[in-house]
Write a protein that binds this ligand. Structure first.
Ligand code: SAH
Length: 345
């Protein structure tokens, strides 16, 4: 069990009032590069805090896509494990980061490179927060990239809701100490229903945007491509989604269904109609089609005309839908390609 920085702080400074930790945490989100630079802390704390890690992730390798719009970092975490995190340009002066929540993943989705690794361990909230801090520092050091982090997506390695408490802690820390608001953070999940239920009544869960990896509104097809799916998953998800939107939905807060486009598997007109029907029964949902990025031999990406036709069927049924732009596939940084494998380095 890796002890959090917070826990280490309270052990090291048992008599310090609670607000001191908030000051420390605020310092972690500043542009300082070491504890010594945090002059907001007392000299006593600065002299004794050195055993707490300033950074819990160490860069091993950085790859940059040919067009310079996507940077991928391989970061080492405790236990000699590697994770990957990605920085993507979304518009001038603004970057989106894609963070990992686990080393590997237990969900085994057949089209996802992380799924093939199995789960090694969940990341701590410090390791999640430090991916953000790593990119903050990176942009600070690379002034030519001109910009700041405006969005965060939890779409890297792992299933965020299988690491609910640490992800929640990290989200709250980021929301508290950065200028990134709830509508600029998206947690993507395969749909862990007990955790989605918990979220509805959890006062401490920050209602950032949610994206659910649906991939098919036909139960048999979903079970085929998402092994953790089961017979009544879709009706249960539909029921949950209605209750979620009733409580938390508004003009700015919708749910997103992600849908990876797999040739001949889930990209037929029948599948599009089933998806439209499922979405329209729920309400404020948007669909994001993701062209499949190659991770193995079992699947192929749908053809551009198939994607176009799929999108047209959705739109003809008034489903708000978009196709995700593929970024960084030349450096294996696109959706589902993150595996942090040491062989690749
Ligand atoms: N475990 C989370 C985060 C996964 S990554 C989840 O399941 O949502 C974010 C998105 O990329 C998910 O929708 C995931 O299904 C999708 N994805 C995974 N592998 C992919 C691939 N090879 N090509 C395109 N999208 C992929």
């Amino acid at each position: 069990m890796i002890e959090s920085r917070h826990k280490q702080f309270t052990t090291l400074f048992p008599t310090e009032p609670a607000f001191r930790w908030k000051q420390v945490e605020q310092g972690l989100f500043s542009f300082a590069t070491s504890w010594e630079e945090l002059t907001s802390l007392s000299k006593y704390i600065r002299e004794h805090i050195g055993s707490i890690p300033w950074m819990t992730v160490t860069p091993q390798k950085i790859q940059i896509s040919g067009n310079g719009d996507t940077h991928k970092a391989l970061l080492r975490v405790e236990g000699d494990q590697d994770i990957e995190t990605v920085l993507m340009k979304n518009k001038r002066d603004a970057w989106t980061i894609c963070v990992s929540s686990q080393v590997g993943c237990a969900m085994r989705c057949g089209f996802c490179a992380t799924g093939k690794m199995g789960l090694i361990r969940s990341l701590t909230s410090d390791e999640i927060v430090d991916q953000y801090r790593f990119w903050m520092q990176y942009l600070q050091e690379h002034k030519e990239l001109e910009g700041r982090i405006s969005n965060i997506v939890f779409m890297g390695m792992g299933e965020p809701l299988a690491n609910y408490e640490e992800v929640k802690y990290a989200l709250n820390a980021i929301l508290k100490h950065s200028d990134i608001g709830r509508t600029r953070i998206t947690v993507s999940t395969v749909g862990v229903l007990p955790r989605l239920e918990q979220m509805l009544t959890d006062k401490d869960w920050p209602h950032v945007r949610l994206a659910i990896s649906l991939h098919s509104a036909v139960s048999e097809t979903r079970k085929q491509i998402v092994p953790t799916s089961y017979d009544d998953f879709l009706p249960k998800l539909g029921d949950w989604a209605k209750r979620y939107l009733y409580r938390h939905g508004n003009r700015r807060h919708h749910l997103t269904f992600e849908y990876v486009m797999l040739k001949g598997v889930n990209d037929t007109p029948d599948q599009a109609r089933a998806l439209a029907k499922f979405v329209n029964r729920i309400g404020n949902v948007r669909v994001n089609l993701i062209p499949y990025n190659l991770t193995g031999l079992e699947f192929e990406c749908s053809t551009p005309p198939a994607i176009k036709q799929f999108l047209e069927i959705l739109q003809s049924k008034h489903v708000i839908s978009t196709t995700r732009r593929t970024m960084g596939d030349d450096i294996d940084a696109a959706c589902g390609q993150l595996a942090g494998s040491k062989e690749k380095t």
